[in-house]
Design a protein around this ligand. Structure first.
Ligand code: COA
Ligand code: MG
Length: 287
């Protein structure tokens, strides 16, 4: 799975208009960056933000961080020009907001090279219903949950336990896994100075199966990186499970027992995934 060959623990939004933040991101320990032209940029600032962002991307310096450009919706007055200005500026993927159906994704795909990856904002009720088809689109490689838009459209309460969003969150993870190799990123935590609240929400997203979380402030990066990385004890357990399973195979037994728990082939696959993720994280840190 792609999610295990490259880490996406932290995915930081940066307003495309903020030169200082664009520069700062070159040294932040974030796995991926969403360079935003949509909601983080005011209407009057859209045109200059395009130029500022294109120049920053062409200048480079973002290392191994995955570079994702969020354009405005193609139905808005800015979307087409965003594509024209940014499609060949060096981004690793284009993120399309306000998607409802896979036909919306087709409209963007028609304008891009067939090998340019598309990420999709999962932020409308209709989009969640169509998640399976959207994730299966040939050019889609990532889903980004838009919890603020979903909360607005559903008319639900923004609760700390996110119970009103649970079906949508799970549908997004399920669609990404059903499509295989499609990354699933959780929504933002708005109270960016509340580290404890962020930690709890990161852990909830991790437990649901997300690969990482979208972030709005550099202070959130370390917390998200920690929550979405395998712990040392998870790594050690994975190593012991793999070793025990090998031994039991060698002695003609189908399963092994580690710490009082059965280890079958599927547990070995999960253990290998944990080790691959740990490797990818180590690789990310080695600039
Ligand atoms: N990416 C990179 N750098 C960022 C950043 C981000 N998202 N948010 C803040 N910074 C930088 C600031 O430029 C500042 O750098 P400096 O010390 O070199 O000047 C430093 O981090 C501290 O910023 P701070 O003063 O604590 O934050 P702020 O009050 O200026 O900004 C927000 C707070 C929320 C407005 C800002 O973080 C932001 O714009 N976040 C992104 C919002 C966004 O993209 N929304 C769309 C998706 S929901
Ligand atoms: Mg949105």
């Amino acid at each position: 799975m792609e999610s295990n060959t490259r880490p996406y623990r932290s995915v930081l939004y940066i307003p495309g208009s903020k030169e200082r933040a664009l520069d700062k991101a070159r040294s932040l320990p974030t796995d991926a960056i969403i360079f935003d032209l949509e909601d983080a940029v005011a209407p009057d600032a859209k045109a200059p933000a395009r130029a500022t962002l294109a120049a920053a991307l062409r200048e480079g310096g973002y290392g191994k961080r995955t570079k994702i450009v969020r354009i405005n919706a193609l139905t808005s007055e800015w979307g087409l020009e965003d594509v024209r200005a940014l499609h060949d500026a060096g981004a690793d993927a284009i993120l399309l907001p306000k998607v409802n159906t896979s036909a919306d994704v087709d409209n963007l795909a028609d304008m891009l090279d067939p090998d340019m990856p598309i990420w999709v904002m999962m932020e409308t009720p209709l989009c969640v219903f169509n998640a399976r088809e959207i994730a299966a689109h040939r050019q889609v490689t990532g889903l980004v949950t838009g919890t603020n838009d979903l909360t607005k459209d559903l008319g639900c309460r923004a609760r700390a336990d996110r119970l009103p969003l649970m079906s949508a969150l799970q549908m997004i993870v399920m669609a990404s896994r059903a499509a295989r190799g499609v990354v699933a990123i959780d929504g933002v935590y708005n109270r960016f100075r509340d580290g404890d609240g962020l930690k709890a929400e990161c852990e909830q997203g991790r437990d649901l199966g997300f690969d990482g979380k979208t972030l709005i402030h550099p202070a959130q990066i370390e917390i998200s990186n920690t929550a979405f990385a395998p712990t040392q004890s998870e790594i050690e357990l994975a190593e012991r499970q793999i070793a025990a399973y090998r031994e039991s195979q060698a002695s003609g037994q189908g399963v092994a027992v580690v710490d009082g728990q059965i280890v079958e082939n599927l547990h070995v696959v999960a253990a290998q995934r944990i080790l691959a993720k740990a490797d990818a994280i180590r690789d990310m840190a080695a600039e």
